[in-house]
Write a protein that binds this ligand. Sequence first.
Ligand SMILES: Cc1ncc(C[n+]2csc(CCOP(=O)(O)OP(=O)(O)O)c2C)c(N)n1
Ligand SMILES: [Mg+2]
Length: 788
Amino acid sequence: MGVSDDPTDRPYDPTVLDQIQRRVLWLSTRIVDAANRERDTADGVKVGGHQASSASLVTAMTALWFAHLNSADRVAVKPHASPVFHAIQYLLGNLDQSYLTRLRARGGLQSYPSRTKDPDEVDFSTGSVGLGVAAPLFAAATRRSVDAHFGARPRSRFVAILGDAELDEGNVWEAVADPATAGLGNVRWLVDFNRQSLDRVIPGVRIAQWTGQFEAAGWHVVEVKYGRRLQAAYARPGGEHLRAWIDAMPNEQYQSLFGLSDGALRERFLDGATGEVKEQVADVDDDALGPLVTDLGGHDLGAMLDAYAQCDRVSDRPSVVFAYTIKGWGLPIAGNPRNHSLLLSGEQIDQLRDRHGLDRDNEWDRFTADSDAGRLIAARRDALARPARERELRITVPETTAQRTRKPLSTQEVFGRVLVDLARNEQVAPYLVTTAPDVATSTNLAGFINKLGVFAPEQRRSWDEDQILRWAEGPEGQHLELGISEMNLFLLLGQLGLAWDLSGQPLLPVGTVYDPFVLRGLDAFVYGAYSGSRFVVAGTPSGVSLAPEGGAHQSTITPSVGLELPGVTFVEPAYATALDWLLCDALGRIAAAAEGSSEGAYYFRLSTRPLDQAPFEAARARLGDTVLRRQVLAGAYRLVDAHHDHPELREEGAPVVHLVACGAVLPETLTAAGELAGEGIAAHVVDACSLSRLYADWQATLRRGVRTATNPGVPGVLHAAFGDRAPVVTVHDASSHTMAWLGSALGVPGVPLGVDEFGQSGSVHDLYELHDLLPGSIVNAALAALSA
Ligand SMILES: Cc1ncc(C[n+]2csc(CCOP(=O)(O)OP(=O)(O)O)c2C)c(N)n1
Ligand SMILES: [Mg+2]
């Protein structure tokens, strides 16, 4: 690419920008230094931070924030460049100076950019490499659909700044390949192409492969390879030999030049070179040769700004810029193959401070307001100021869609019905958006899709006259279909759930996935939860209850994920009305978006096993809707009260046991309770429809006790559902471990039943028998619990 030397092409004075980038380099290096050399953590654990990875991006990020971005743009920053980001925010006046010495301290600057925990405004959390790269792509896909439904908002560029080794993560390519991300002309990826990862200099020259992959996916690729000095050398007669020599040089050889000087550098550089190449550098002094042959474009402000401008001229597809950089640029550790976690010594820091013309009294200062840099920064601060965004949707989500049925129903079927009913609700429907990784129809989203259509940027002609499923695609569609990538599902859900912030429009996102494959998207699920995103995801079908499907399709550890993941509420209802209440409530909470709430995402684990609804209707008649709904939302209710059904057992003082079940296994549990009653044992049945809420309530009570050194009681929810103090049997179509804590929570003996092996194909009966989930086993477990 050509570098324009005409300063009138650019609105900023290059010498001022250069002054700013030097300060950014100093501050980002010193932020890490202070955390490591000046803070006593008293625990012997290294603090760390990444001076080399940060330095690598100083030029590219200075050019972005001080000469390119505007207030509508949103940026994901490479995890290990967080010190550069914070240094920039500090210079812009968006971060108090006190934070600069608090990198990686509690309440200070987080190790990696964090939306929810950093003191300055982070658009995308990053840290698990690859995810922060893909997130802006899905934010842009979200924006495309938001613009189509709610009117175009000021155009944003969605930028990801990534390390070159992040391209090794498969999720990056899943995101690039999905048709849902095609044609997003407002996406920019900026690759910090320093040819080093954590362990090593990346072997070989991979740029051609990567360029080919991006181009095959329809991306616009820009390479910023050489700086001005090298470009000038190439332009001399015979300069093409020099260029060909450097172009073909293996990374390892090129990288080794950074540690050398003078004669040794010349010798290494020319190792194996032809006479023509030698001739090209014959007149270059020894001390000028190093700076010349290592003059890469990623450290040339003008070259970077030109690359950004070049991307802006391409509006019909995403752009990726490969900026050739030096890991550790401007530091004594530049290009060192081991520099990923190297830290400058005190002496090196002193020398660097000197070189930047600073001393201990002014080393943390901002530029003064009356300096050229100060004036530029003040103008940039104004240009980057963002309007406030509204989190909340001011709508009323109904408490129920009043599902009525006489026939047995599965939760998966009810889920589809509730969404269809909400799609008819004029207040709620506009904000609903569904998504699935090629499982929309098999997870019961077909009804919703029939009503609200599939999103496509342009109207597409349908060639298929299906009477049952109308797959109409166009800008009005509210279902976003993905290819089979659960990573992409959770990345998209995560971004849909942040649309209030990143696209100025709160939404009600709902995704579906086969429950076992929640694990396939798990890191992106964690990422969404950590980012504070709000959405509903339904994992269905689940457990061994999907019986004939068998084997690895049987999820057993997913409830643990739902229960243990912060920011996620796990819900596994069994009955239609309970699911209806819980789903409406979840969407209502997403709409209300209470700030500071610990609940963000809702994970519904569903089943295709049809269940008779009569037992729930009986509990409803006994408790009334108000009490029952309150208990369902709190996480557990007494489905069967043995003393109510069999008053004689109470009168006789019969032994009492609690059978607690979750989801599809309730029929067997009810039968077991009946059999126990026949044997003179009062077995109450509790439906634990949200283990998360039960567990959270128990923990909150315990923690209060721990923190105030008082005896914790039984929390309210458990008290309401369990009343009597009696042994428990837990029954779950999932790992027996998931509910095994209930005995402790209630302070009674407990016997957990569940699925602790990889599954078989078979009928529900066959498989419940195999895993001791039939009524006979539950009865035996109850007897064991009673005798414990
Ligand atoms: C998913 C994941 N795996 C591993 C790591 C540990 N890790 C952090 S940085 C890094 C290498 C990054 O290299 P690159 O992206 O090229 O960044 P650079 O520091 O060279 O700029 C690794 C393996 C991580 N943060 N996330
Ligand atoms: Mg790298």
